[in-house]
Design a protein around this ligand. Structure first.
Ligand SMILES: [Zn+2]
Length: 294
């Protein structure tokens, strides 16, 4: 394990403790310890139902603290594969997200802190009002600036820190552990993480006997274990022949049906006898049928 990786771990564990709920702390702690956990495993460790766990992990995913991975698996004794959900921490991504949030908070706080020239650095010893330099610039005497309200000589405030600046330095103090660690992490390289890498080093959880669950294997492995997979089984049933039989029957029935329809159509649309049978005995109707020769 590289230095940057273990530093990233410390950073993530500290940040989650500083800014998040106990449940979120526990979920991340479990993922740090186990590397990769399926939703029902994490739910078991957290003593939560999976629905609540999914909600918790969705908010952690949105905060980039964990990554969600799903893959189809076949549960022991069943034939249909189901999608199973796994959680793991992509340290690179999480460190970047923390870095971004530190930067963003710092920028937001800079906005709150007012520039120096806007601070009220003059105060009146008599009426206790405060003024900026710009406000009292015109109200000047030999002794100094005068109060705009009571005309007493103003005193210059002693290095009075503005609330914005106080907040900023307080934030800098509180964020110091993060900025320091981020700088150290940046000296090295946090190794890339993927689901395959995370699950390869995953520490299995030990369940009590009464909480054991059926084994579940990924679909790509199921075939390799000599078990006939559901998909292959279906292919061997030969639906082709069935389809052909059905199709054959249909074709024949359709043929008969279409012939009947044609006959009925001809019957219904046949010209009336007064047209087909000429009034001239012995003569046909060849000459008077529509489209025929005149
Ligand atoms: Zn005054």
């Amino acid at each position: 394990m590289s230095d940057s990786h273990s530093l990233a771990q410390i950073l993530i564990r500290s940040v989650i403790r500083a800014f998040h709920t106990t449940q979120e702390v526990l979920a991340i702690e479990a993922l740090v310890q186990h590397s990769c956990l399926r939703d029902d495993e994490l739910a078991y460790l957290m003593k939560m139902n999976t629905k609540d766990l999914h909600r918790l992990c969705a908010s952690l995913r949105d905060a980039r603290f964990l990554t969600v991975h799903t893959r189809p698996e076949v549960i022991e004794g069943k034939t249909r594969p189901v999608n199973r959900t796994y959680y793991y921490i992509d340290y690179q991504q999480t460190v970047d997200a923390i870095k971004w949030r530190v930067y963003k908070t710092d920028k937001d706080m800079q906005g709150i802190a007012k520039p120096q020239d806007e601070s009220k650095e003059y105060s009146c010893p008599r009426c206790k009002s405060q003024w900026t330099q710009l406000e009292v610039l015109d109200s000047v005497s030999i002794e100094g600036f005068l109060c705009l309200r009571c005309e007493a000589v103003l005193e210059r405030s002693q290095e009075q820190e503005q609330p914005g600046h106080q907040q900023l330095s307080r934030m800098n103090n509180q964020f110091k552990f993060m900025t320091d660690m981020l700088q150290q992490i940046d000296k090295g390289l946090v190794p890339e993480c993927s689901f395959d890498k995370a699950i390869a080093v995953a520490r299995p959880i030990v369940r009590e006997a009464m909480h054991e669950v059926l084994a579940s294997v990924p679909v790509e492995d199921a075939g390799g274990m000599g078990k006939p997979s559901a998909v292959k089984g279906l292919a061997n049933m030969g639906p082709k022949t069935m389809q052909v039989t059905i199709s054959d029957g249909n074709e024949e029935a359709e043929l008969i049906e279409s012939r009947k329809r044609k006959e009925r159509f001809l019957r219904e649309n046949a010209l009336p006898s007064w047209i087909t049978d000429s009034s001239v005995p012995g003569a046909g109707c060849d000459g008077c049928a529509p489209g025929g020769e005149l």
